[in-house]
Ligand binder design. Structure first.
Ligand SMILES: [Fe+2]
Length: 337
């Protein structure tokens, strides 16, 4: 079978045996790949922080951190989880493959490594990685746009980052599936991207908004949904963007949804959005203490604005101190709780 020569990329090879490293290095370098070799699991994680890796070839049997443990860490890190990992093992043990799948490995190779099999698998996975990279670039354009909108308002500095961290922590605490956690992470950054259509004079107005100005502000969830809709990977983020200003009693916007009809991810983002708005200084208000913010939110829960269960869980997290390290930049101007 002719091999596709048009794929290149950086491959990180990890093996504690020098002879194995050299063999893979020689095979891959001669095919035009850029190869970096390391001899232990810790160095894999270090290198992945330093260079842009397109694929990892990971020996399973390594001292200290073995291949399974390294793979688990790569797949748990939001910065590296999309990098394909191929486990290389001398064992054709079924149990090993099951364990490999459990830790998120993308493929397997058995020793002795067959050249054609190696190159075919590597090229196919790197092609896939390059497509994912393109998608990531589109995402990063959206993130940059969202952050530049946030950056217009000195009062909301760091708001997106805090929202992302608070909502992911709360989502994980509530046991949400991974897909929804990823959606919360993205929504934390882009939920207000629709504010791009709101003129700065309105967005930054230190006085009360006129009914017309308020109407324009209320369009931002629908506009945001429209901006992000073309990205398929944002499918689960769209309901959060659209519904982050609904209220449980149906008095919110844009659709006046009630109670459970509001997606759980949107109800989570609402809670942390309100909390962050209350605990930071804004042109129209001082920063509330944590106690005062929670007290105000409790009153709003009693008015059926926010999900009572989600609020109770968030309150628990805040009181346990689990959110302290996430409140970066929010403490300035906040009264002592
Ligand atoms: Fe908003």
């Amino acid at each position: 079978m002719p091999l596709d020569q048009n794929v290149s990329g950086t491959i990180l090879v990890a093996d504690d045996q020098a002879a194995n490293r050299e063999l893979l290095d020689e095979l891959l370098s001669s095919e035009g790949f850029s190869v970096v070799t390391v001899s232990d699991g810790g160095s894999v994680l270090e290198q992945m922080n330093l260079i842009n890796v397109d694929l990892v070839l990971l020996d399973v049997m390594m001292p200290e951190l073995n291949g399974f443990e390294v793979c688990t860490r790569i797949k748990a890190n939001p910065d590296t989880y999309l990098t394909p990992v191929v486990l290389v093992t001398a064992l054709s043990d079924k149990q090993d493959r099951i364990e490999g799948l459990r830790v998120g490995a993308d493929d397997f190779l058995s020793r002795p490594v067959d050249r054609t099999e190696l190159l075919t698998r590597v090229r196919s996975l790197i092609k896939l990685k390059h497509r994912t990279d393109e998608l990531e670039r589109a995402e990063s354009v959206l993130f940059t746009l969202a952050r530049s909108i946030e950056g217009k308002d000195p009062y909301t500095h760091g708001h997106c980052e805090r929202l992302m961290n608070y909502s992911v922590t709360l989502g994980e605490h509530l046991g949400l599936p991974k897909e929804q956690i990823v959606a919360l992470r993205r929504a934390g950054i882009v939920h207000d991207i629709g504010k791009i259509v709101v003129p700065d004079a309105i967005l930054l107005k230190p006085a009360k908004l006129s009914p017309e100005e308020w109407k324009l502000i209320q369009e931002h969830p629908v506009v945001g949904e429209r901006i992000c809709a073309p990205l398929k990977s944002f499918r689960t983020v769209l309901p959060i963007i659209r519904h982050h200003h609904e209220k449980c009693d149906g008095s919110g916007y844009p659709d006046g949804l009630r109670g459970d009809a509001i997606p759980i991810t949107a109800r989570i983002l609402q809670i942390v959005d309100i909390y962050d708005a209350l605990t930071t200084e804004r042109p129209y208000k001082h920063a509330f203490s944590i106690t005062d913010a929670l007290h105000t939110m409790k009153q709003e829960v009693a008015k059926s604005w926010w999900d009572p269960q989600v609020f109770v869980e968030f309150e628990q997290l805040v009181r346990s101190g689990a959110t302290d390290s996430l409140a970066k930049g929010a403490a300035a101007g906040r009264a002592k709780s």
